[in-house]
Ligand binder design. Sequence first.
Ligand code: PLP
Length: 398
Amino acid sequence: MICNEKMYALGAKRSVIRELFEYGKKRKAEVGEDKVYDFSLGNPSVPPPKEVKEALLRLLDTPNETALHGYTSAQGDKGVRETIAKNYKEKYGFAFDPDLMYMTCGAAASLAISLNAVIKDEKDEVLTFAPFFPEYRVFTEKAGAKLVAVSPAEGLDIDVEAFAAAINAHTRAVILNSPNNPSGVVYSEEKIKAVAEVLKAASAKYGAPIYLISDEPYRELIFDGKKAPSLPLYYKDVIVCYSYSKALSLPGERIGYIAVSPQATDAEALYLAVCGAGRALGYVCAPSLFQLLVKECDAYTGDINAYKENRDLLYGALTEYGFTCAYPSGAFYLFVQSPTGDASALSEAAKEEDVLVVPSDSFGCAGYVRIAYCVSRDLIERSLPAFRRIAEKFGLRK
Ligand code: PLP
C-alpha cells in the first residue's frame, strides 16, 4: 500500500449512514422522489432562524471586507468568545473563561482536537455510553487510544454501575452526549451527578484527572420542558464540545467551539494542549464570517417545535403499531427496537418499503434502527402506511 492503510480503510469504507443516504439518492431517481422515505441523515430540516440571514446580510455589508474574510487568531476571535461565554453564563449559570475557549469547525473538530489534547499513551482508554455517535471510534483511535463502550441501562439510560466498573487506570477520558444521537434520550440531572461522583472517586483513586468530554451539538434541541444540565457545574475536569450545526441549522458552515472549564486541573496547560492539537490537526482559525455570525446569533435556536411535532407524530404512530423505543426528549432521532433483535432484519424490511433507517450496529448497540426525523411533516405522514406494513410483517399488528 503506497499510502496510510488505516486512512485508506476509513476512506474506502463509507459509514453505514452515508451508504444508505447514497442508496436513497439512487432509489429516488428510479422510483420518484416522493416514493422514498429517507430517514438516514441527521441534516436539520428546519431553516436557520431568520436572525441568521439578517446578520449575514449585515455582516456582508460591513466596509472592511478583508477583516471580514481574513484570518482571526488561531483560537478564534476574542470578542466572539467573550459573547459566547456571556450568553452561556446567562442561560446555564456557569462562567466560561473566553481565554480558555477555542473556535472550531463544528463538533467533529471539537472532539478530534479535545481527544488529541488529552490522550497521552497508547494504552489510554476513552469510555463512552452506548448507543453512541460512530465517529467517536474514528476520532479516538486516530488520537491513539481505544474506545470502550458502556452498555446502557433500561430505557437506553446511563448504567452507572457498569460505568464505574469499566473505569481503570488507563481511562483518560469519557465522552458523554446528551441529548443523545442516536437515541434522543436526555440524561437526567441525577444521572449526570452520579457520573460526576464516579469520576471524582476514580480520578482520586488513580491520581490523575479523568476528563469528561461533553459532546453537545443537540444541547438546545430539548422538548417536554426539560433542560440540559451544564456539566461543569457538577464536575471540574470538563471539556465542552459545542456545534451550531443543529441548533442554528448550519451543518455545512462548520462552526462550533471548545470550552475548557476554568475549574479543570491545570486548566491553562490543558487549554494550551487544545491549541496545540488544533494546530497539529490543521484546525486553526475557524471560518471567520461564521465566527462573527455566531457572535450575533449564539442566543437563537431554529424552530424546535417542528421537531417536537415530528417526534410526537412518529413516536405516537410507531408505538401504536407495536414498535418499542426509548422516549426521546431531545435531538431529532428515534431508536427503535427490532422485533427480532436483529437490526438488519428491520432495516432491510423497511428498505423493501422504501423506508430508509440506519441499523444500529455502528452505534455500539445491537438490535435497533435509528430514524432521523429531521424531515418534513408531510414525509412522515406519507411514510406511516409503510411503517404500518412493516409492523404487520413482523406480526406486531394483526
Ligand atoms: N456529535 C454528535 C453526537 C453528532 O450527532 C454529530 C453530527 O451529527 C457530531 C458530533 C458532529 O457534528 P458537526 O456537524 O458539528 O461536526
